[in-house]
Write a protein of this length. Structure first.
Length: 166
C-alpha cells in the first residue's frame, strides 16, 4: 500500500514538473523572434501552437526596440504615486541627452514627524545615488526602507514612461 502510494506520488510529481517545464519552454519560445525560435530547434507543433503568440510578441518587441535604439526622449516624467503606511511618495525624473539629469521629489512620506525626518534625510541620498548610477537599481538607505523602496518604485515608473533602459 505504501509503495503504491509513493509510486503514485512520484508519478504525479513528475507530471507536474513536466507540465511546468513544457509551459516554461513554450513561454521562452514565444518570446523569441520567429528566426530565433526556428533556430532553437522547436518542433513544428510547438511553433504552430505559439505562432500567434510569437507574432504578437514580435510586434511588441519591434515597438519597444525602436525607442530604445534612439534612446529615451528628453523631458520631464512624473512617476507613479506609491502609497506606504507612512504616506505617499512620488518623484519626477528629468532626462537630458539620454541621461538622468535630475530627480525631484514631488511627494514624500509625512504621516508623522519621524517619517518626515527619515524622508528628508533619505531623499537627497537616494537622488545622488540615482544620478551616479544612472539607474533606479540602487541600495536602500539604512533606516529608510519604506522611503527607499517607494522612491525607487516611483522613479522606475517615470523611467519606464521615458523609455529609459539605463
Amino acid at each position: 500500500m505504501r509503495a503504491g502510494s509513493a509510486f503514485l506520488a512520484g508519478v504525479g510529481s513528475a507530471a507536474i514538473v513536466a507540465i511546468g517545464w513544457q509551459a516554461g519552454v513554450g513561454t521562452l519560445v514565444s518570446s523569441l523572434p520567429q528566426s530565433q525560435a526556428a533556430a532553437s530547434g522547436t518542433t513544428a507543433g510547438a511553433s504552430s501552437s505559439t505562432s500567434s503568440n510569437s507574432a504578437t510578441t514580435d510586434t511588441s518587441s519591434q515597438a519597444t526596440t525602436a525607442p530604445v535604439a534612439s534612446g529615451p526622449a528628453d523631458g520631464t516624467y512624473d512617476g507613479a504615486v506609491i502609497n506606504t503606511r507612512y504616506g505617499a511618495q512620488q518623484v519626477q525624473v528629468v532626462i537630458s541627452s539620454g541621461q538622468i539629469s535630475d530627480v525631484i521629489v514631488l511627494q514624500t512620506q509625512t504621516a508623522d514627524r519621524k517619517s518626515e525626518q527619515i524622508s528628508s534625510r533619505a531623499n537627497p541620498i537616494l537622488r545622488e545615488e540615482v544620478l551616479s548610477a544612472q539607474s533606479a537599481q540602487v541600495a536602500n538607505v539604512s533606516g529608510a526602507t519604506y522611503t527607499s523602496q517607494s522612491y525607487m518604485q516611483s522613479l522606475q515608473s517615470a523611467l519606464d514612461a521615458a523609455g529609459f533602459t539605463g
